[in-house]
Write a protein that binds this ligand. Sequence first.
Ligand code: CA
Length: 223
Amino acid sequence: MRILISEDDAALAEALRFALKQSGFAVDWVSNGLDADEALKGAEFGLLILDLGLPKIDGLEVLRRLRRRNSTLPVLILSGREQPEEKVAGLDLGADDYLVKPFSVNELQARVRALLRRCHGVATPVLTYRELSFDPATRTASISGHALQLSLHELSVLEVLVRRFGRPVSKEQLVEQIYTYDKEVSHNAIEVYVHRLRKKIGTTGLLVRTHYGRGYALDYVEP
Ligand code: CA
């Protein structure tokens, strides 16, 4: 899952980036509204964390443009402005949640998880596919109660696949969800993570099936 942070306070952005990366998200950061608008047109994100007071174009305008493009991307607004009318304007423009600075990083992480759950239409916090469970809160996966030992990247691949409930995900989409601006994009790396994932879930009937030309999907056959 890839998150875009639009925040001109570099220290705050770095703290958020660190916390969200610890939670297993791929995180990109832009420091002004124009770059946010461009990034949102160009890449597929799972969530936008949007400061309202941004240089070049303010946060409300970034949000207005995003919704004008009919994007349903979940948006969490951050703001130092405590005026109720700012909050109302943000929510009316289609923001999904609102945090007033200063806030605790723990609260932000919890709200990010809650937003992602809501937006994927999953009522329970733990995602499941047959015997496989994925807990976004603890970044752990298990099959029939047995914990899987997965690297951060393997977990990220698995998370994208579980969220699709068996529908194929293209390699490009996986790359977008896992890599960030500061890392080199490689399809080979995705193949390696999928290969390792297959070995780790392989004896349980669950498998990662290759759909030629369409990508990968979780599937199940009787073991
Ligand atoms: Ca600001």
